[in-house]
Design a binder for this molecule. Structure first.
Ligand SMILES: Cc1cc2nc3c(=O)[nH]c(=O)nc-3n(C[C@H](O)[C@H](O)[C@H](O)COP(=O)(O)OP(=O)(O)OC[C@H]3O[C@@H](n4cnc5c(N)ncnc54)[C@H](O)[C@@H]3O)c2cc1C
Length: 385
């Protein structure tokens, strides 16, 4: 591999760390639907989950390109960074919009690994992608907010100390724009669970530690409000470019893993007295997946470069996410086909990664919503909703 890679020393070190967590480790976690605690702890101890936290708060103070390098290499090794990637982008809301007191209180402990900020609560059963229709309500009562409502698909709550939560503080029909009247609260899960917050695991096709949350008069100190009341939607949007670019980097890692696995299997597997990779019907789909991946990687680099330069990059982040998720999904399908029946067996790990990378067609934003954004915001087509 050429060394025009960004942060080659970070990539090499992450790849080395990942060798301690081989395929069998992930296979067992997947089978048991268990959280990869050891892996997350090792990444935390090595400082990789705090690369984006500024040095003054105990982090490495690096840019998004460094965080992308970390996540891409994790996926490329066959691991699943979804166990911990959220900390990288959730922390940005606290950093950009939190008060100095909040940053001093939380960021050094997050950087050192004493506290985990891994959970991000936006999605609700009745609102879906239409975030302005969320119903979880926080009402001010003295020095507290009192929260009631429900969230769904909220990942890693059971393995996090803190939850960044989007709530309605003013009903939708009482604000001049639907995006107003929402607020972001930092919920201390150690105090909340069992005292107004019930967490119910949700079984899904992949090991993602996702849950349903039920809030029943949960009291959260008003001092845990991030930024100004009513402006929370903007804060969440603000963090989405970083989230999309980081997830896109993960997809590139997945796609490269699928291309590597397919190439090596196609070289070794002999049928009809020759390696199956000799057949262009096998080698062309692998080559196509490689080409698609490398093209998507250029878009991820572009979006990331713009983000790090402080430029507006909403469209580029969306395009990077769409292209990278499509590349990883196409590579997954190709890799399964290349492996024939063995692709479906658990011991080859293809079916596990296939399930894992499928998620990125839907979350954190679905392909349709990206296309809609590009159509209306970039191309000036009329909005359908
Ligand atoms: C494993 C997993 C982990 C997750 N983790 C989290 C988490 O930690 N925190 C969190 O807040 N959320 C999380 N999510 C939720 C995820 O972000 C949502 O599932 C996603 O945003 C889509 O929302 P929805 O499922 O309600 O789909 P819906 O909004 O109901 O949409 C269903 C389908 O219809 C399409 N659609 C909807 N409206 C339109 C339209 N106008 N035009 C065209 N197509 C449209 C969508 O693209 C989608 O394909 C997770 C989801 C999963 C599956």
């Amino acid at each position: 591999m050429s060394d025009d890679r960004s942060y080659p020393e970070v990539r090499d070190a992450v790849a080395r760390l990942c060798t301690d967590y081989p395929d069998e480790y992930w296979r067992d976690k997947d089978h048991d639907k268990a959280y990869p605690e050891e892996f997350v702890q090792a990444l935390t101890d090595a400082g990789y989950l705090s690369v984006l936290i500024p040095e003054e708060y105990g982090g490495a103070g690096m840019d998004l390109a460094a965080a992308c390098a970390v996540l891409e290499e994790i996926q490329r090794s066959g691991a699943n960074g979804a166990a911990c990637h959220a900390q990288m982008y959730i922390m940005g809301s606290l950093l950009r919009h939190g008060s100095e007191a909040q940053k001093q209180k939380y960021l050094p402990d997050i950087a050192s690994g004493n506290l985990r900020l891994q959970a991000f609560g936006v999605t609700e059963p009745s609102s879906g992608t239409d975030t302005t229709r969320i119903k979880t309500r926080a009402q001010r009562d003295g020095d507290d907010y009192v929260i009631s409502g429900q969230k769904v698909f909220i990942s890693r709550v059971e393995y996090s100390d803190l939850l960044l939560l989007l709530v309605r503080t003013t009903p939708r029909d009482e604000v001049d724009k639907p995006t107003r009247g929402m607020s972001v609260l930092l919920v201390d899960l150690r105090e909340a669970v069992g005292n107004g917050l019930t967490v119910r695991p949700l079984e899904t096709m992949l090991n993602h530690a996702t849950t349903e949350l039920f809030f029943d008069q949960l009291r959260v100190p008003a001092e845990n409000l991030i930024g100004e009341e009513g402006k929370g939607f903007g804060y969440i949007l603000d963090g989405m470019n970083a989230e999309r670019i980081l997830i896109a980097a993960e997809c590139i890692g997945d796609a490269r893993w699928f291309v590597d696995r397919a190439s090596s299997y196609a070289r070794d597997r002999e049928v009809f007295g020759a390696s199956i990779g000799k057949n262009q019907g096998i080698q062309f789909p692998i080559a196509r997946a490689h080409v698609q991946t490398e093209a998507a990687a250029l878009m991820v680099d572009k979006a990331c470069g713009m983000f790090d330069a402080g430029l507006a990059c909403g469209s580029e982040a969306n395009m990077a996410k769409l292209l990278a998720a499509d590349a990883s999904w196409a590579a997954a399908d190709m890799c399964l086909q290349t492996h024939g029946g063995y692709g479906f067996t658990v011991e080859y790990d293809i079916e596990r990664k296939f399930r894992e990378t499928r998620l990125y067609q839907v979350a954190p934003i679905s392909t349709n919503l990206i296309l809609s954004n590009i159509a209306t915001h970039v191309l000036g087509l009329p909005k359908s909703f």
